[in-house]
Design a protein around this ligand. Structure first.
Ligand code: ADP
Ligand code: S3P
Ligand code: MG
Length: 174
C-alpha cells in the first residue's frame, strides 16, 4: 500500500465539489469507515447546519467543527469529508496535514455552477449572496485550499470517476 494510503484521508474543497458523495464512495472502495464532519456536527447539536448558523451563528459552528476534527483526525483507516470552510481555521489545517493525507477536490468555477442549484438551500454561507459574491468567495477560498498533499482534478468526472482518479493520484503521488 502506498504512503498516502497509510493514514486517514481528509477531503477538502469548496462547497458542492462532492466531498461528501465522493468521500462515501471512496470509503466503500477502500473498505474504510466514512465520516462527514457536517453530519457529526449536526448529530451532536441535533440541528441541521442552516439552523446552527441561524440560531447560534457561524462561530459556534466553527468551534464545533474544530472539536470534531481534532477528535477524529487521529483515527486510522477513515475517509473524512470536512466542510468547505473547515480549512479557514489554521489549527484545523495543521492537525489534518500532520495526521492525515489531505486531498483537494478541484472543480473549476464553470463546472461548479452546475452544482449551485443542488446545494443552495442547505448551504447557509451561500444565502443572501449574489452570483458575483459567490464567485468572489470561491476565489478567496482558493488560498485556504492550497494547504493539501494531493490535488485531484474532478472536472468532467462522475462520482465514481472522481474516486478512481483519487485512487490513481494517491498511488502515483508516492
Ligand atoms: N462528480 C459529480 N458529478 C455530478 N454531481 C455531483 C458530483 N459530485 C457531487 N455531485 C452532486 O453535487 C451535490 C453536492 O455534493 P456533495 O457531496 O454534498 O458536496 P460537498 O460535500 O463538497 O458540499 C450533490 O447533489 C451531489 O449529488
Ligand atoms: O464552506 C462552508 O463554509 C460550509 C460548507 C458546508 O459543507 P460542504 O462543503 O460539504 O458543503 C458546511 O460545512 C457549512 O454549510 C459551511
Ligand atoms: Mg459535504
Amino acid at each position: 500500500m502506498g504512503r498516502h494510503l497509510e493514514q486517514s484521508i481528509v477531503l477538502i474543497g469548496f462547497m458542492g465539489v462532492g466531498k461528501t458523495s465522493v468521500g462515501k464512495s471512496l470509503a466503500e472502495k477502500l473498505n474504510w469507515k466514512f465520516i462527514d464532519t457536517d453530519e457529526e456536527i449536526e448529530k451532536e447539536l441535533n440541528l441541521p447546519a442552516t439552523e446552527i448558523f441561524r440560531t447560534f451563528g457561524e462561530k459556534v459552528f466553527r468551534a464545533k467543527e474544530k472539536e470534531v476534527i481534532e477528535r477524529i483526525s487521529h483515527e486510522k483507516n477513515k475517509v473524512i469529508s470536512v466542510g468547505g470552510g473547515a480549512f479557514l481555521q489554521k489549527e484545523v489545517r495543521a492537525i489534518c496535514l500532520e495526521n492525515c493525507t489531505v486531498v483537494l477536490l478541484d472543480l473549476s468555477w464553470d463546472h461548479w455552477l452546475d452544482r449551485l442549484p443542488l446545494i443552495i438551500e442547505t448551504r447557509p454561507v451561500l444565502h443572501n449572496r449574489s452570483l458575483d459574491d459567490i464567485q468572489q468567495l470561491y476565489e478567496e477560498r482558493k488560498s485556504t485550499y492550497n494547504y493539501h498533499h494531493v490535488k485531484v482534478d474532478i472536472d468532467e468526472r462522475s462520482i465514481e470517476e472522481a474516486v478512481d482518479q483519487i485512487m490513481n493520484d494517491l498511488t502515483a503521488a508516492n
